[in-house]
Each structure stands twice: as structure tokens, then as C-alpha cells.
Design a binder for this molecule. Structure first.
Ligand SMILES: Nc1ncnc2c1ncn2[C@@H]1O[C@H](COP(=O)(O)OP(=O)(O)OP(=O)(O)O)[C@@H](O)[C@H]1O
Length: 705
């Protein structure tokens, strides 16, 4: 077979193997609620007076109701007009024209800022010395409140965090180049203090706040710094070129952002819509979020907890949430590392068998990416390779910035690095399961082995291919009830055996009866039996394992025998060399257009002949999937079968005699032997095609009686 044709077949099989399209439903990830919720106690000082929301103005408040949002803030005195920095104006212009593909993410940005402000306050309180506690309401509850007002098309987001002074307002909400959070972190570094609180400060980029202008006609910010004796301010802008600052009364310590929504963005003044967005992006924000007085975020970020502190029930609940599923996890990989990247990962392997849509390569990878508890993307492409799409869970990495565009994220070198680290960890984990919990690993392999095989075929990394290959399991000619791994096979190889042999067959009975396996069986060489679809293609793709060639028994059969020339004369009961020299050209002539070569073999015992082709696995796959509309002539031209005959077999000897005495019957017999060998090789799509010629042969034979 020419190299080009061989490559063509291999390529064909590979693309078929990797492009199986079964269904294309995407798995929804993070839109489900969970039953149990950690309730945060709130202080009596914050008893609700009147809800901001039109949905919650009724006097009867549900139990657990808690809101601090009032619309009592009032701007007073002169207003200062300021111009946005030139870059800010440019950015506002871009943001207003929707840099983000989904407008709803502005909620995430503002909630993230609010959470950030709470973390800053927490940190400052924790790190300040006793005498330095220069803050008002130090012991206030740290919370985020969101109010929706459909009637007035207003959305408010208020936090009880660090707040801003007038100077901070101008610097933070007037410029972009300077990120307040970055500045704060720099101060933390200067102080030389690193605590968990400092690490928790979310936000490394400087455009989050401005995303509000994607949906707003006007944004008002009421803020009061938590420093003692601070006064309240109102900041207001329509996002064009200017903003105004005024003193304000009745402003609570912290920040309240009031968004006057554009007419076509009224959906964001709807409570249900906002709840949906919070659950999607901010459910794991560290502080409680109240939406119109009801707590809206429910689940603790359990991936940040110590693995030993998370109960199985918590895992089950969280898995169902992130996986949007109803089963329980089969394996759980919960780990953290800081080298080479900061990673907190909680990955689940489903108990249930893969659904049809998961089989499809079009389905999404089920792992969400967070940075410091803030969701960046729920189904993050490229975070894990496609073949690991059945894994559900969360990866939180402080090294990933809360970024502007998802497109940017997808092509990021950081994500690629993260993927390599995660993939290696998953492989190590599975390897560990296979040795420590072989029974459950075998079950996993039965259900998800196909994904591993896809990994071998699609991975571009030779090392990774080999690591995945270590996870494969096979029955062998010597192991009937147990599947073994490739390393185990290598360990128990006969001395001097250089290759790893495999044989594809639908079941054990057919594998053991295979003519291709006869000679290896005689020599006592162990052969891997591949019963499952794609096994042989995967091994063919793999090519080598631990420096040993993976060789199909058919290929071994085709390899030239050293003593071939003299074999026929040495073996008792065989046709003589002169007879063979007559028979072979005769067969070749009768099978013109079907075989490229005819030769003798000493590797057969009980079978009269076999057909060999260069790459049997690819050829078989081709016949099964691609050859239906091909003419017989083209099919043989592509396969280029070689017929190998056993010169000591009674049928072959009889065939030789018939060539002399009854050439017509001999021709029918030769053709039938070839057809049978093609069936035996799995190269005949539908064996019914042989019936006519078989009946013709029978008729001819029976005529003689
Ligand atoms: N709710 C708030 N409370 C206190 N300060 C705030 C609040 N929202 C914004 N700020 C200040 O305004 C700055 C600019 O906010 P912006 O969202 O534009 O950038 P960032 O939060 O620093 O970065 P990013 O949100 O892109 O990660 C913040 O760094 C912070 O100092």
C-alpha cells in the first residue's frame, strides 16, 4: 500500500473517530438552585424600614426579609463638574457599544466591585492596630443589597463596604488607567502584610464599573467612606463626557449604585431576571447578597474549603448544582496548588453513564472558571481538553484576571497553561484510582473508556497520549476474566519480545479462532484482545508504548518470514516448491483486480489462507463506514489485499490438483477461498454478497455426485 493511500486511510479513520456527532445539546451549567443555604445573621441595627423595590413594598415581609435599601439619599449644595479622562471617554464609548457580548455581565461587575469593597473593609479592620481604628460603624454587617424598581426602570446595588471619599470618587470613577483595587493591593504589598483578606480582593482590571453604561441612561453613585467623620457624596453621569459630584445627605457608609436603565434594558429592573443573573455569576460571592430583601446567593464556595472539611452531602449538592444534573459524583478531585499557577479545583466525575449529548464533541466542557470566587465563565472552553468534557466542576485561579472579553480568554496563554496543569492532574488522579480502587476504576473505564480513547487520538502531545494509554484496559489471550493495562502487559512479556500485539475481534471466541493469531498462540505470546469499537484504531494511532511498537496480529502475519523460501519443502505434507510455483501465478491470474499479491505462509495451521492488508484497522473502519457507494474494483484498488496461502492445508492441496483436473471448479474454489478470507478479515461489509458464488460452487461440486 502506498504511503499516501495509507495516510489517507489513517486520516479518514481519525477524523471519523473524532467527529462523531450524536447530538448537540449544550449542558446548562449554573442556573439551578440548591436546597440548603447558609443563612447569614444580620444585625438588629439594620431593621428594614421600606423596601426600594416596587415588588416588595407590601407591609407583610417574608421571614428572613432584610433590606437596607432606601431612596432617602439627597444631594445638597453646589455640584462640581468634572470631565472624564480622555481614555475613560474612549472606553466609555466602547463599553456603551457593548464590549461584552452579554449585557447582563454588568451585574456581575458591580456585584464584584461591591464584594471587593467589603473585602477591603474587612481587610482594613483586620490589619489596623487597636489605636488606628479610624472607622465609623466598624461592627456593621458586610452585605450586598440589590433592589429592582420596574416602574421607574431602576436597579440599585448597595454595599456596606469601604466606601469612597470625594478624592477617591474622582480618581476611581473618573479615570481608567488607575485601578483602585490594584492600588489598594500595592499598598498592601508595601505594608508587607499578606493575609487571606488581601488575597480576597477581587478585581485587577479597571473597567468593571463602566460596564453599567451598557444598560444605563444615567448612573448615580452615593457613597460614604468608612473613615471616621466622612461625609456622603453623590456622583452622577450619563456616560458621555462629564460627571458631577455633590455632597449628599442620608448616605449610609459604603456605596450605592443607582442605575437608570435604558428603555431597551428594562429587563434588568425585573427581580426574577436579576436573580437569574446573580445565580449564574455571583452565587459564590463570599458575602450575602440580598435581592429585594431576600437572600439570593445560596451556596458556599466549597472549592475554597479544605478538602477534609467538605462533607459528601455538600459535594453531592454542589455537584448537582454545577453539573446541572441529578446523579452523584463517582470520583471527586478536590485539590489546591500554587505552583506553577494558583489553582483551587473541584472536579467531579459523574456516576451516570455519559448521555448522548456528552458523547458529541460539540457538547461543552463542563467546568466553570472563577477568579477569587467570581465567575468568569461557566463553560470554559479550553480549560480542559474536549475529551474530558464529562468532568463537571469549578476551577478558581487567582492568576486569571477578571477579563473583558471571552474571546481573549479562550486564546490566552494562561488558560493553555492551566489546561496542561489540570489535564496532568486529572490523569494522575485517574491513575491513582486505577491502582487504589481498581473495582470502581474498571466501572468508570467501562462507562467512560471511549473518552480516554478519544484523548489518545486527538491529543497533540506524545507524552500525554502515553499517559492516557496507561489508563486503557484490555482482556488478553492469557487473561480471560480480568482486563490488564499496557504497563502490566509489558511487565509480563516473554523475554526477547519486542512488540506489543493486539487483535480486534467482536468477542473472545472469534478472537481465539482468528487465523491471524494462530502462530503467536503456538509460540505462547500474549495478545491484547480488543472487543470495543475503535480500540484497534486507537492502538494504531498510538503506534508505540514505552518504546515498544504496537503491532496488530494481522500486521505481524504480513511481516516476511526469514525461512519462507525453504519452508514449503521442509514442512511435511506441504505442496512442493514446484507445485507452489505453478499454483501462485494461477491464483493471481484468476483473482486479477482483487489481489495485489499471492504468497505462501508458514504462520497458518488450521486455516487454508488469509488476506492481509497494510493497515487492517484503518481498512476495516473504511469498509464499515465509507465504502458503501464504492465500486468493487475501486474498493480492491484501495485495499490492495494480499492472499497468503497455507501450502500444507488439504483444501489448498486439493486446489492445486483441481487446477489440473477441473480448472473451472478450481477457479470457483479459489474465488471462494479468497472471499472467505475477506470475511475472516472483517473486510466484507455484508457477507450476503458471497451467497451467489458459494451456491455456484456447491452446485458444481454436487453435480459430480
Ligand atoms: N462599590 C464600590 N465601593 C468602593 N469602591 C468602589 C466600588 N465600585 C468601584 N469602586 C472603586 O472604583 C474603582 C474602579 O472600579 P472598576 O470596576 O472600574 O475597576 P476595578 O474594580 O478596579 O477593576 P475590575 O472591576 O475591572 O476588576 C475600583 O477599583 C474601586 O476603587
Amino acid at each position: 500500500m502506498s504511503t499516501t493511500r495509507l495516510l489517507l486511510l489513517q486520516k479518514l479513520s481519525r477524523s471519523l473517530l473524532s467527529n462523531r456527532k450524536v447530538a448537540t445539546n449544550a449542558v446548562g451549567l449554573a442556573n439551578r438552585t440548591c436546597a440548603s443555604a447558609p443563612q447569614t445573621a444580620f444585625p438588629t441595627t439594620f431593621r428594614p424600614i421600606r423596601a426600594f423595590s416596587t415588588e416588595a413594598v407590601s407591609d407583610e415581609k417574608p421571614s428572613g426579609y432584610h433590606s437596607i435599601i432606601r431612596d432617602s439619599e439627597k444631594a445638597v449644595g453646589e455640584s462640581d463638574k468634572h470631565e472624564f479622562q480622555a481614555e475613560t471617554r474612549m472606553l466609555l464609548d466602547i463599553v456603551a457599544r457593548s464590549l461584552y457580548s452579554d449585557k447582563e455581565v454588568f451585574v456581575r461587575e458591580l456585584v464584584s466591585n461591591a464584594s471587593d469593597a467589603l473585602e477591603k473593609f474587612r481587610y482594613t479592620i483586620h490589619t489596623a492596630g487597636e489605636g488606628e481604628k479610624d472607622f465609623t460603624e466598624q461592627d456593621r454587617a458586610l452585605e450586598i443589597h440589590i433592589g429592582t424598581n420596574k416602574q421607574d426602570r431602576v436597579l440599585s446595588i448597595q454595599d456596606t463596604g469601604i466606601g469612597m471619599t470625594k478624592e477617591e470618587l474622582i480618581a476611581n470613577l473618573g479615570t481608567i488607567a488607575r485601578s483602585g483595587s490594584k492600588h489598594f493591593l500595592e499598598q498592601v504589598k508595601e505594608k508587607g502584610t499578606t493575609t487571606e483578606n488581601a488575597q480576597n480582593i477581587i478585581g485587577q482590571f479597571g473597567v468593571g464599573f463602566y460596564s453599567a453604561f451598557m444598560v444605563a441612561d444615567r448612573v448615580d453613585v452615593y457613597t460614604k467612606s468608612s473613615k471616621t467623620d466622612s461625609i456622603g457624596y453623590k456622583w452622577t453621569s450619563d456616560g458621555s463626557g462629564n460627571f458631577e459630584i455633590q455632597e449628599a445627605e442620608n448616605v449610609r457608609v459604603g456605596t450605592k449604585i443607582v442605575i437608570h436603565l435604558k428603555a431597551d434594558c428594562r429587563e434588568f429592573s425585573d427581580e426574577d431576571r436579576i436573580r437569574e443573573v446573580i445565580r449564574k455569576y455571583s452565587n459564590f460571592v463570599g458575602s450575602p447578597i440580598y435581592l429585594n430583601g431576600k437572600q439570593a446567593n445560596q451556596i458556599q464556595p466549597i472549592w475554597l474549603m479544605e478538602p477534609k472539611d467538605v462533607t459528601q452531602d455538600q459535594h453531592n449538592e454542589f455537584y448537582r448544582f454545577v453539573g446541572n444534573t441529578f446523579d452523584t459524583p463517582r470520583f471527586t478531585l478536590h485539590y489546591k496548588t500554587d505552583v506553577p499557577l494558583s489553582i483551587r479545583a473541584l472536579l467531579y466525575f459523574p456516576e451516570g453513564k455519559p448521555g448522548l449529548f456528552e458523547m458529541s464533541r460539540d457538547s461543552d466542557v463542563g467546568v466553570a472558571l472563577y477568579t477569587r470566587k467570581v465567575l468568569i465563565q461557566s463553560k470554559t472552553e479550553n480549560l480542559l481538553p474536549k475529551w474530558l468534557r464529562f468532568i463537571k466542576g469549578v476551577v478558581d485561579s487567582e492568576d486569571i484576571p477578571l477579563n473583558l472579553s471571552r474571546e481573549l480568554l479562550q486564546n490566552s496563554a494562561l488558560i493553555r497553561k492551566l489546561r496542561t496543569v489540570l489535564t496532568n492532574r486529572v490523569l494522575r488522579f485517574l491513575h491513582d484510582r486505577s491502582t487504589k480502587d481498581p473495582e470502581n476504576y474498571d466501572k468508570f473505564y467501562k462507562d467512560y473508556g471511549l473518552f480516554l480513547k478519544e484523548g489518545i487520538v486527538t491529543s497533540q502531545e506524545p507524552n500525554e497520549k502515553e499517559e492516557i494509554a496507561k489508563l486503557l484496559r484490555f482482556e488478553t489471550s492469557k487473561q480471560e476474566d480480568k482486563r490488564i493495562s499496557l504497563p502490566e502487559y509489558c511487565n509480563q512479556q516473554q523475554e526477547g519480545q519486542k512488540d506489543i500485539y493486539y487483535l480486534a475481534a467482536p468477542n473472545r471466541t472469534l478472537a481465539e479462532a482468528s487465523p491471524y493469531y494462530e502462530s503467536l498462540k503456538k509460540k505462547g505470546i500474549e495478545v491484547l484482545f480488543c472487543y470495543e469499537a475503535y480500540d484497534e484504531l486507537v492502538l494504531m494511532q498510538l503506534g508505540q508504548f514505552l518504546g515498544k511498537n504496537l503491532v496488530s496480529v494481522e500486521k505481524e502475519m504480513r511481516r516476511s518470514e526469514k525461512s519462507e523460501e525453504s519452508a514449503d519443502q521442509l514442512i511435511e505434507g506441504s505442496l512442493l516448491k514446484t507445485q507452489i510455483d505453478e499454483l501462485i501465478p494461477w491464483i493471481k491470474q484468476k483473482l486479477t483486480g482483487k489481489v495485489t499479491n499471492v504468497k505462501t505462509t508458514t504462520k497458518l495451521d488450521s486455516h487454508p489462507c488469509v488476506v492481509t492488508v497494510e493497515e487492517m484497522a484503518a481498512a476495516r473502519h473504511f469498509i464499515k463506514t465509507q465504502s458503501h457507494n464504492m465500486s468493487e474494483e475501486n474498493r480492491y484498488a484501495l485495499l490492495q489485499p494480499q492472499l497468503e496461502i497455507n501450502p500444507k492445508h488439504p483444501i489448498v492441496k486439493k486446489l492445486f490438483k483441481l487446477t489440473q483436473s477441473d480448472p473451472e471448479l478450481a477457479e470457483l474454489l479459489a474465488k471462494q477461498l479468497f472471499s472467505n478470507a475477506m470475511v475472516g478479515a472483517g473486510l466484507v461489509d455484508d457477507p450476503r454478497m458471497l451467497l451467489t458464488s458459494m451456491n455456484e460452487l456447491l452446485e458444481k461440486v454436487l453435480d459430480k455426485h
